[in-house]
Design a binder for this molecule. Structure first.
Ligand code: SF4
Length: 758
């Protein structure tokens, strides 16, 4: 992949402030000057038709949150390489010459981390050539800025280039809310949702509730912004933020760096929040300026200081939150979260006890820092400070130590300022500016084999089983980069760098001093290798999109059959999932539900056909598809938590899945299911989960009426048990008028194509 050296149009990156201010006045008129939170202001000032969204189904505006279907016009779209494939294939089938809003593609997820950037990057480009060629050619044709492999991780590049106070953007990745650190509303979506914005169709969102987090005091010593969100994840759990936007406020906000706020927003995805946002802060302008965005800094600075406009970027005084949590930064201890779930949160001082009680490994093999979550200048210079202290004492890391810079800009800056040299001289391996080990693209070269129980520490954001090295027995503990760095020198999971000492080669006791770093580089950010700059974002209709006809990974999309003119009947329960079921579980290695635990047997990826014969889940689904048998999956809470990956919905639909019945859903995945024509239903009585078993036959009553009436009414499932008995399960749904249209048409894409042909 190669890029153009002509500069992109930077003016397209300034949020449309005059338009937003005028929409906000309209919203205030409609809502009779009601006090609004910051998130509401930015969201509602992006409404397509404010009156229609705010007054329909809301008791005339009295109860918007949780009730209204907001139809929004985002300012921009960002896509990562894995999800951009689906988004672009869907966009292409709409036949438009260019995207309706500025958009960017970032090649980051498909780069392996193994020996270091110089070896890994060329190998990954060769291995994924057909995908990168497709993305680059489509980007050039349709006027999308293309960031080539090695340019950086989507969220870091967005923070450095596109995010701005007051902006609203969609990203085809669940950690898109990272941009909220710079005062934007940035929401993670599936590719089909991104296509709404790309074709100028309003994008629909159930109006979120607002969870306020009041920050007081100031961080000091070892505590870092990462610890704010690690602590909050423990309080909220992985589903505590579902349906909410997390909005930070309070005197503590001004004490945080812009990149620290981004880290906090990034991991709001781990509690299921729609997004997270910080208000306008004095730390935003210097960050915008240091990242070469003086135009945006000036525009945002004017908005933030003009009395009549200031209100756009801050909550109204006394605006009401649905729930408020207070965190005193001065009292905050470093935290370590995990293993296997990001909400198992332990203060550092209690961690060694937890290791004992849970029999977690006492040693660990690798410490990994960086990623989209934690590779800011502040993060890396704090880690560097610890490395310098240890090197001066003659110490070397006992665990393998890897660094993933978030972008070429931050990598080049850290190289110029000798930070990377300090880290690599101490034994660290600097990987490519890409996701690498954070998304399973980690070829471990130590002697840990698949199935071996072992521990690693990372400064990443997610720690589902198998996520980093493909080994489901690897326990990934999440912590700040400075804590991961210090721990790497001990190689021990019970080491507390705040209180414990290490022995130097000369036998002296060494204790780390609290890390110190710089918020921004005094010489500004370096641009780095110009080969990593993006393309211009100007459409060129003469370009032919490259889809390799022999590709096993890419194919132009076909369509699904429309919903039948009858109720669904004879759906067989393919699988009843027990416990956590993330999108990694559902579509690991492009396969279907292979990580899901069978509720009846406790086995993973082991399903049973009607005759008792055993099969993997994809095998059984394919067999039933061959027999023309459609099916349903039954699951527990927060089904589909994790990534925005659309394949997790598409694969089910492709193999004959029609209904997903769960105790609750993660937001992005629930929408993805609807867009692919799969009906997500939840139990009215959660206990009814126990009534269903694999191979039961399910028919529905009321679904066709619900779909035809645009979401009115409920669906009842009649379940024929294998012993001939019948039970009835009452369900709920969240289908809107538009979403009923997707399902009736077969999928959102079918509907789009239908409308385009009218
Ligand atoms: Fe990449 Fe990991 Fe960030 Fe996702 S969370 S964008 S995989 S670095």
């Amino acid at each position: 992949a190669s890029t153009s050296s002509a500069a992109p149009d930077v003016s397209s990156r300034i949020p449309p402030y005059p338009k937003l201010l005028s929409k906000l006045s309209e919203v205030r008129r409609i809502l009779d000057k009601r006090l609004l939170t910051l998130a509401e202001k930015i969201l509602y000032s992006h409404l397509d038709r404010p009156e229609e969204s705010l007054l329909t189904n809301t008791q005339n505006g009295a109860s918007i949150r949780g009730q209204a279907n907001l139809k929004l016009k985002p300012d921009r779209v960002a896509m990562q390489d894995a999800s951009a494939q689906m988004a672009l294939l869907q966009f292409m089938s709409c036949g438009l010459p260019t995207t309706a809003v500025p958009a960017s593609i970032h090649c980051d997820h498909m780069i392996v981390g193994e020996k270091g950037a110089d070896t890994d990057l060329p190998a990954s480009i060769r291995g994924n050539k057909e995908v990168f060629d497709f993305l680059e050619s489509a980007a050039k044709k349709y006027g999308i800025e293309f960031w080539p492999p090695g340019a950086g991780i989507i969220h870091q590049s967005v923070l450095e280039n596109y995010s701005a106070p007051g902006l609203m953007m969609l990203g085809t990745d669940s950690h898109t809310p990272n941009a909220g650190g710079l005062g934007a509303i940035a929401i993670g979506v599936g590719g089909a949702d991104a296509v709404d914005a790309l074709v100028d169709a309003p994008w629909e969102l159930k109006a979120p509730r607002i969870l306020g987090v009041r920050l007081e005091g100031e961080l000091s010593g070892w505590a870092s912004p990462k610890d704010v969100i690690l602590n909050l994840a423990g309080q909220l759990t992985v589903k505590g933020g579902t349906g909410f936007i997390i909005e930070y406020f309070g005197s503590g906000v001004e004490t945080l760096s812009c990149t620290g706020m981004a880290t906090i927003c990034n991991m709001g995805a781990e509690v299921g929040a729609t997004t997270s946002i910080f208000p306008s802060s004095s730390r935003h302008i210097p960050y915008l300026e240091a990242t070469h965005r003086t135009l945006i800094a000036a525009a945002a600075g004017t908005i933030a200081s003009a009395p009549e406009a200031r209100n756009l970027l801050r909550a109204d005084c006394h605006a009401e939150y649905d729930q408020v949590i207070t965190i005193d930064l001065s009292e905050l201890e470093p935290h370590i979260n995990g293993p296997f779930t990001p909400d198992l949160s332990t203060p550092l001082s209690k961690f060694s006890d937890m290791v004992e009680v849970n029999s977690w490994p006492k040693t660990f093999g690798a410490g990994l820092i960086g990623s989209c979550t934690n590779s800011s200048y502040q993060d890396m210079t704090r880690a560097e400070d610890l490395v310098k202290q240890a090197s001066a004492a003659g110490l070397r890391p006992k665990a393998d130590f890897f660094i993933s810079p978030g972008s070429e800009q931050i990598r080049a800056t850290l190289e110029r300022d000798s930070t990377l040299n300090t880290l690599s001289s101490a034994g660290g391996t600097v990987l490519a500016n890409a996701c690498g080990p954070c998304i399973g693209q980690w070829k471990r070269t130590d002697d840990v084999r698949k199935g071996d129980s072992n521990a690693i520490f990372t400064s990443y954001n997610r720690n589902f089983p198998g996520r980093n090295d493909g080994n489901r027995a690897t326990m990934n503990f999440l912590a700040s980069p400075e804590l991961v760095t210090a721990l790497a020198y001990s190689g021990s999971t019970t080491f507390n760098p705040m209180t414990d000492t290490l022995s130097t080669p000369s036998g002296e006791a060494f204790r780390f001093s609290p890390p110190r770093g710089e918020e921004l580089p005094s010489a500004g950010f370096a641009q780095g290798n110009p080969a990593f700059l993006p393309t211009t974002g100007k459409a060129d209709p003469s370009i032919e999109v490259q889809v390799d006809p022999h590709s096993s990974r890419l194919a132009l999309l076909g369509s699904f059959a429309p919903f039948p003119q009858t109720e669904l009947s004879g759906l067989r329960v393919l699988y009843k999932v027990k416990g956590q079921c993330t999108t990694d579980t559902i579509s690991a290695a492009e396969n279907t539900l292979i990580g899901a635990v069978n509720a009846a047997t406790g086995e993973t990826n082991t399903a049973y056909d009607f005759d008792g014969s055993q099969a993997t889940i994809p095998e059984l689904a394919k067999r039933w598809k061959g027999e023309g048998k459609e099916w349903i999956v039954v699951a527990e809470h927060n089904y589909g938590e994790g990534s925005a990956r659309e394949h997790a919905a598409l694969q089910l639909r492709y193999l004959g899945g029609r209904v997903l019945l769960a105790k609750s859903f993660a937001r992005i995945h629930e929408t993805n299911l609807k867009k692919q024509g799969v009906v997500p239903l939840t139990f009215v009585n959660e206990g009814d989960y126990d009534l269903l078993d694999a191979c039961d036959e399910v028919s529905n009553e009321g679904l066709l009426d619900v779909l035809r009436s645009g979401g009115q009414g409920q669906v009842r499932l009649k379940v024929q048990k294998r012993d001939g008995k019948e039970v009835v399960v009452e369900t709920k749904h969240t289908l809107s008028v538009d979403q009923c249209g997707f399902i009736l048409a077969g999928s959102a894409l079918n509907l789009l194509a239908l409308k385009a042909s009218e």
